[in-house]
Design a protein around this ligand. Sequence first.
Ligand code: FES
Length: 327
Amino acid sequence: MASSHQEVWQGGTVASTRQLTPEIRRVEIDVDSPIRVDPGAHIDVRLRIGETEERRSYSVVEASPDGARIAVSVYLSPVSRGGAAAMNALRPGDRVALTQPMNDFPLRVGAAQYVLVAGGVGVTAIYGMAARLKAIGADYRMVYAGRSRPLMAYLDDLRDAHGDRLSVHVRDESTSLSVPDLIDSVEPGTEVYVCGPIRLMDAVRRAWLERGLPIADVRMETFGNSGWFEAKEFTVRIPALDLETRVGPDQSMLEALEAAGADMMYDCRKGECGLCEVRVSALEGEIDHRDVFYSERQRSAREKMCCCVSRVVPAAGGSAVVTIVTT
Ligand code: FES
């Protein structure tokens, strides 16, 4: 196992929990060693899931000014990998192990304009960015898209804080976000920050490239349980290690390979850095690319995948088996 993060673990005590929507719960933690939390930061929490200890990443929604209390939001998806259930079970007074904040999605201060785009629970990463941009008097707007208002966390808070700078798009109200229209409306020199499901980020990236805008000005963060297809069990083989293991619907390929004893490289575990890349030497089924690392062309080549998030789904009536070479 390997990671390039300089991780510092510490303890924390759950201060409060609150259900924000039927699917999203806010958990506030008093950390043992207060530290500055910048917008876009996340923490990893070590959780006991069944017989094993696993780690999960959560965006820091807010932190107290002294950094002593942080708030994260936990999404309990229908295909939750067990971590959300463990987080949801936390109660005030419980102790947790967590990393210091890490930031793979930093907000760059100094752009002429900003557009922040949140899809669903992606709002948890965008929330703090909007607050920071407001605090420094930046020219920004925030776009928040969801399925229905009762499922959209922090909606009232955001409306109160950002007023007309916030636009809300709700699928059940037939006001779904048109990504091409949004990107068409962006002035050159604007920086765009997106956090949401893979389909949203993919649409933003396509529209951005079609407009010929610099890709460095669009920054994205995903959450690894969002894919193009429903997560199903599949099999992964590494002939060089004489290894074959099953990847359950509620675990990642990286987790399954680690559990089977493979020594894997990784960093973000969120489909962003590419460090967990494996080469595909044989494939039965289709790759469900869930990363934001590869280009469209790289994905369609079906030669590589980010095993921390991407999966294999069976072709109609067939099986799902991938044979890989670790790099
Ligand atoms: S570990 Fe970063 S993309 Fe997989």
